[in-house]
Design a protein. Structure first.
Length: 106
């Protein structure tokens, strides 16, 4: 129970930061909605952890619900890092094309 309270306090902190960043226009509306959904879904998963345990057991997993949520979150983070890496490579290629174009003009 203490772990759930600590996790919810951390999520509340991140939600406060999210609203602050949105107010200061440091993030786009799409980013705001994505992260708002992510943090609210995380809070709901933590609040309904006993239900998650039952669902996980019904699927035949031997681990507790929190472990499955942790594994799932790590997989999502790896996917997001992979997407970020692809986007970074695309930006580097675009910068290279722009620099070549400018260099050839001069």
């Amino acid at each position: 129970m203490l772990q759930q309270i600590i996790a919810l306090i951390i999520i509340a902190f991140f939600l406060a930061r999210l609203f602050w960043q949105n107010q200061k226009k440091q993030i786009t509306a799409v980013e705001f909605i994505f992260w708002l959904f992510f943090w609210v879904a995380s809070a709901i998963a933590i609040i309904s952890l006993k239900w998650v345990d039952r669902v996980v057991a019904n699927f035949g997993f031997t681990a507790s619900g929190i472990n499955v949520l942790l594994y799932l979150s790590v997989a999502v983070l790896f996917f997001l890092v992979f997407r970020l890496r692809l986007k970074l490579n695309r930006i580097q290629q675009d910068i290279t094309k722009i620099v070549r174009h400018i260099a050839l003009k001069k």
